[in-house]
Design a protein around this ligand. Structure first.
Ligand code: NAD
Length: 474
């Protein structure tokens, strides 16, 4: 079985501790990974610290050029990266609506390329006979990136590309469930970037803990669950580390009574179930007006029953397995609770009777706010369709949740939808779609969905601090 090592200071690093990486479609290991510890975290941070002075002084055009070379290297190795993403995450190569590992690797390449087109201009706030006063954006130092298992390669790139572009050096820790594609990408990057600029240490919460409490880390970019985000925030207090936290979501979608059911159902289905619901900004609470409630619930159930579940390496597969056994238990617990609370299962509600963490896409009606499946993030292939009667009241209900990542309004009346969508308390608000991201628009959560944003100029700025320089002229 192929073994993957860490990379510290440009060198491949093994350890005495090796762990299996499980393919969720077979429940069997497909790779082995050397696991880090606090000492290896020290070495990686120290390598990143040593590389920082030269890297941060390297002209931004040269840093951009190396990022473009990384994009080309990912392109040249796309089949291998796609296969690794599918083997470790379970997501199909193609997938429902084309959302699979092809999109993940393609998106990683496109995001890297786009990031090189961004700028960090110096702002001149005063330039007269008295003084020149400029505001510069400067690199922070060592950035630690901690990533989850749902979009392992893409999220790694979302962290790394702007951090390096801005002149920081990086230590990344991927999820122990999905480390292989990220390790391979970091290997490719280390053929391009100077040693120590990009380091990778693998491991679990203990390694993440050693990183987030390390005194020589200046910033943490974290994508993952809200409880882990809070633990990282607590750890970062001593060093007053800068933080960008992209945390859990429980996005509401509100369907107005005027929609055309046949048009809206396939779009809603994709927004809920793409990547098996394993996307932070999947639609996770669906509020439907009572006049369309039955028709939309039935339409979604019909689609759920016809979707092709299977091993992501097979061409016909639209949805793969749940990524890991722990998440499967969470999904099952929420469904059991829904049943006890009087929820009606229109379809699914159980595993496929075969090896792999396959779970039938599940539509449940009859629940409302206050039930766990509505209030909590399911992060899997199940949705509660919740009935409402009054639009003002349902917006209030949607906003009551502690999460604030995304939200959507679905209507044939675009003017009304555009007004209503602004009333949703969330970082990104969509009309007649849900979950689409783009590299030039900021993305991030409010409330307990996070702090700060990624992407575009606003996202890039988070990898810098401002320095005001005043030069008197007399
Ligand atoms: P998780 O919080 O369990 O793990 C994320 C990462 O944190 C992993 O690398 C893990 O090893 C590490 N970690 C765990 N404990 C740690 C600790 N104490 N200190 C430091 N690091 C630690 O999340 P997950 O289960 O991998 O991912 C699913 C969650 O991520 C969902 O809640 C989802 O909504 C969220 N997510 C959010 C976004 C976003 O952009 N807002 C994107 C993707 C996923």
């Amino acid at each position: 079985m192929k073994q993957y090592s860490m990379i510290i200071n440009g060198q491949s690093v093994s350890s005495g501790n090796v762990a299996d990486v499980i393919n969720p479609a077979t429940e069997q290991p497909f790779a082995r990974v050397h696991i880090g510890d606090a000492e290896l975290v020290n070495q990686a941070v120290s390598a990143a610290r040593s590389a920082f002075p030269l890297w941060s002084q390297t002209p931004i055009s040269e840093r951009d050029q190396m990022l473009l070379e990384l994009a080309s290297a990912m392109q040249a190795n796309m089949p291998e990266l796609m296969e690794l993403v599918t083997l470790e995450s379970g997501k199909p190569m193609g997938g429902l609506n084309g959302i699979g590992s092809g999109m993940e690797v393609g998106g990683s390449i496109a995001w890297t390329q786009y990031t090189t087109s961004l700028e960090l201009p110096t702002e001149v706030v005063q330039d007269n006979e008295e003084a020149l006063v400029e505001v510069h954006r400067k690199a922070l130092g060592v950035v630690a990136s901690i990533t989850p298992w749902n979009w392992p390669l893409m999220i790694a790139i979302w962290h790394i590309a702007p951090a390096l572009k801005a002149g920081n050096t990086v230590v990344i820790k991927p999820s122990s469930l999905t480390p292989t594609a990220t390790i391979r990408m970091v290997e490719l990057a280390n053929e391009i970037f100077p040693k120590g600029v990009l380091n990778i240490v693998t491991g679990d919460a203990d390694v993440g803990d050693a990183i987030s409490s390390h005194p020589d880390v200046n910033k943490i970019i974290f994508t993952g669950s809200t409880p882990t985000g809070k633990a990282i925030m607590a750890n970062s207090v001593n060093g007053l580390k800068r933080l960008t936290l992209e945390l859990g979501g429980n996005d509401a979608g509100i369907v107005l009574p005027d929609v055309n059911v046949n048009d809206v159902v396939p779009k809603l289905f994709g927004a809920i179930f793409h990547n098996n619901g394993h996307t932070c900004a999947c639609l996770k609470r669906l509020y439907v007006h009572e006049s369309q409630y039955q028709a939309i619930s039935n339409g979604l159930a019909e689609m759920a029953m016809s979707v092709t579940l299977g091993n992501g390496l097979e061409d016909s597969t639209e949805l793969g397995p749940i990524q890991n056994a722990k998440q499967l238990v969470i999904v099952e617990a929420l469904i059991n609770d829904a049943k006890q609370q009087g929820g009606k299962i229109l379809c699914g509600g159980e595993r496929l009777s075969k090896t792999g963490y396959f779970f039938k896409p599940t539509i449940i009606t009859g629940l409302t706010d206050g039930h766990r499946l509505v209030d909590e993030e399911q992060f899997g292939p199940v949705i509660a369709v919740v009935k409402y009667t009054d639009v003002d009241e349902v917006i209030e209900r949607a906003n009551k949740n502690s999460c604030g990542l995304g939200g959507s309004i679905w209507s044939d009346d675009m003017a009304t939808a555009a007004k209503l969508v602004m009333r949703l308390e969330c970082g990104t608000a969509w009309v007649n779609e849900h979950g689409g991201l783009q590299p030039d628009a900021p993305f991030g959560g409010i409330k307990q969905s996070g702090i700060g944003v990624e992407f575009g100029q606003h996202g890039l700025a988070e990898y810098t601090s401002l320095q005001t320089v005043r030069i008197p002229k007399k």
